[in-house]
Design a protein around this ligand. Structure first.
Ligand SMILES: [Zn+2]
Length: 287
């Protein structure tokens, strides 16, 4: 079923756990993510676009993701990731997306406010919620690159408060040392900085670039208002690894389906592991 509204997000923020946001690139990733959500019985947000639109085609990926979410026994959100084009945001809203991210983080502060405000206005007409970003996150969403340095452009807590009040946004993606994709050295989050942002803004926070993040850093973030965590590179790597292992047995019979199935099942298993990491922990577990 489609996961509409921000209740699950707010609940997660209050309880110190988080919804995972996973990227769908094609049919197999949509199937893998849906299977993981159903196996875990937990809500999952499928990030269908805007980068992956270039691969799958916008209309095709929109249909695939929405159809899978509607038929799923698990609550699935369908979300536009890093939307920089208001027209594209409108296309997704009209198609029935449950949320969109408007990414004006590359713009000057006042322009980021203006584009975010407009996205919020459009989303309200469609019953969707909006995530925005303040602060700069290094790295690429779809390909991990070596030598990416940790961000120095951290989200300013007071500016974040001003931004949320001016735009009416429902969730805020923050830069607190996080990086898109895998990095050479383990990423350290500035958890004190994150706590200051959490204190300053009334909406749930979003952590992008959580692949490979040490689990104590991750749980530190969940305890400080982060209620949506984007993980992508871990799933891509699992998919590629399964493909590599399966290739020798697939080649003799030109069995391409077994290759795709292996990738799909690896995405499911990797997603399940992440869901477990973000789910409510038993009482007495470390914060
Ligand atoms: Zn991102």
């Amino acid at each position: 079923m489609l996961l509409r509204g921000t209740d699950a997000l707010k609940e997660a923020a209050a309880a110190g756990h988080a919804l995972p946001g996973f990227v769908a690139y094609n049919l197999e990733t949509v199937q893998g993510l849906t299977a993981a959500a159903e196996a875990a019985g937990r809500p999952v947000i499928i990030r269908a676009g805007s980068g992956p639109f270039k691969h799958a085609g916008r209309e095709a990926l929109i249909r695939l993701a929405l159809d899978a979410a509607a038929r799923s026994t698990a609550p699935l959100g369908v979300h536009l990731d890093h939307g920089r084009d208001l027209d594209e945001i409108t296309v997704c809203l009209e198609a029935g997306y449950t949320s969109v991210m408007v990414d004006g983080s590359h713009l000057p502060f006042v322009e980021n406010i203006a584009v975010t405000k407009e996205a919020v206005r459009r989303a309200r007409d469609h019953g969707a919620w909006v995530e925005a970003e303040l602060g700069a996150l290094p790295g690429d969403e779809d390909v991990s690159t070596d030598g990416v340095a940790q961000s120095t452009a951290m989200t300013d807590p007071q500016q974040a408060a001003e931004f949320v009040a001016a735009t009416g946004v429902d969730a805020l993606a923050v830069a607190v040392g996080n990086v898109h994709g895998f990095t050479k050295h383990p990423v350290r989050l500035d958890l004190e900085w994150l706590a200051a942002i959490h204190e300053a803004v009334p909406v749930p926070l979003v952590l992008h670039g959580a692949s490979g993040l040490p689990v104590e850093e991750l749980h530190g973030a969940l305890a400080r208002g982060v209620a949506k965590v984007n993980v992508n590179a871990e799933l891509r790597r699992a998919c590629l690894e399964a493909t590599r292992v399966t290739l020798p047995s697939a080649l003799p019979g030109s069995d391409v389906v077994s290759l795709w199935a292996a990738g799909r099942d690896a995405v499911r298993d990797a997603a399940l592991e992440v869901i477990g990491r973000l789910s409510p922990r038993p009482a007495g577990a470390d914060a």
